[in-house]
Design a protein around this ligand. Sequence first.
Ligand SMILES: *Cc1c(COP(=O)(O)O)cnc(C)c1O
Length: 473
Amino acid sequence: MGPAIDKTLLRALPKIDEVMKQHQVNRLLEMHPRSIVVDGIREAVELIRQDILKGSFNSDPANLFDLVIERALKQVAAATRPNLRRVINGTGVVLHTNLGRALLSEAARQAVDAVAAVYCNLEFNLATGKRGSRYEPLEELLVRLTGAEAALVVNNNAAAVLLALGTLARGKEVIVSRGQLVEIGGSFRIPDVMEQSGASLVEVGTTNKTHPRDYRNSISENTALLLHVHTSNYRIVGFTRETTVAELVEIGREYNLPVMSDLGSGFLVDLAKYGLPVEPSVQDTVAAGADVVTFSGDKLLGGPQAGIIVGKRKHIEKMKQNPLTRAVRINKFTVAALEATLRDYLDAERVLEKIPTLKMLTEPVQTIYERAEALVNGLRPKLTTRVELKIMQGYSQVGGGSMPTAELPTYLMSCLPARMSADELAQRLRQTDPAVVGRLQDGCFLVDLRTVQPDEIDLLAAVMADILNSAGG
Ligand SMILES: *Cc1c(COP(=O)(O)O)cnc(C)c1O
């Protein structure tokens, strides 16, 4: 048997209507919808009832009203807190798909803000007063930056690949190397996308070696396209042979077949001199003669989520006519953010400063060290509890399924609280606002300063101090 239930206390629990008449509730009603306030009070009363039933009620019965209101405030706060919240990224993964991939540049952020709550000329030609195209301004910039003849932008790269395959090869065969049948996170698999598009996959070669002759031997009257997929999130190393886009273009010319390259994380600025792996840029791929090139807007490009398609005009025009294009069309926020991002690229001298993704990837390690020092120095004086703070070396990752072998030297703050496990610290930091996500290693909580923005240091120190101090001691 449980403890004796205090019936007097249960009877004394206030009625919802009575609580609604309290003056503190008026203030809540000014800020929040009535239904949410009523629900909050009902939940608060219920929680206290449960406490009484469990025998765990140990407050002063004279203050039941205040207690209900106090609990109701918490319920209302929880119910009205947005689900999508800011996160301080201490993981060191620059393009973290779960944390929203690329951060927009300042110009892109302003561009979105400028059209968010007002009308704009998204599809209205202000010169002629007639209908305009949402794609045209983006196409001009993309043509200029990539050297391609034409361009089209859709919702994401998965949609771009689907649209391109469906337009160029529906009911026909597409030849792909067995070494390039990739799966990208979130269940994007080349064989599945192929099936969705209505094209049939013809696999050639082996996992580690695919020769030009393998493609040649598989070409038939049903072949519509030669596809090259950039193995963006893994590497096959050792005894390998990949047929390059340039070699495919040669074969394509021989047999009069178009060649498509899915670059995944296409980039416009070569980062090899900053210690990142040598990979083909979008311009290189276009220059190699690929007829169609697809890549993401929010991977290494550092813009909004989008799927960018550049290539020969006749193929792009055909894609624009495909009804699927309407189903995967971009909205005004994407148009605004992408246009501003591409304009940032026109400023070649400053683009690494302007695009946060590029800035983080090319940050001098000394700057990251200084940020780690600033965090330690900001956090230490705020602590009223014993915590071991250290600066240590480590590696950051590009992320977003890009450049999987790249190891970027970085500095991390390691945090070992005396009164709390690192797991518990990590768990509690995920509940704060902003939430903080770091790494766990050898019983310590780590924050990689590469992905913490310079203007987030004070905020991060304050949030961490709050949680660490709450453990006492
Ligand atoms: C990331 C990636 C995709 C999918 O792009 P999303 O923008 O995530 O839709 C497709 N192909 C390759 C090779 C990729 O790396």
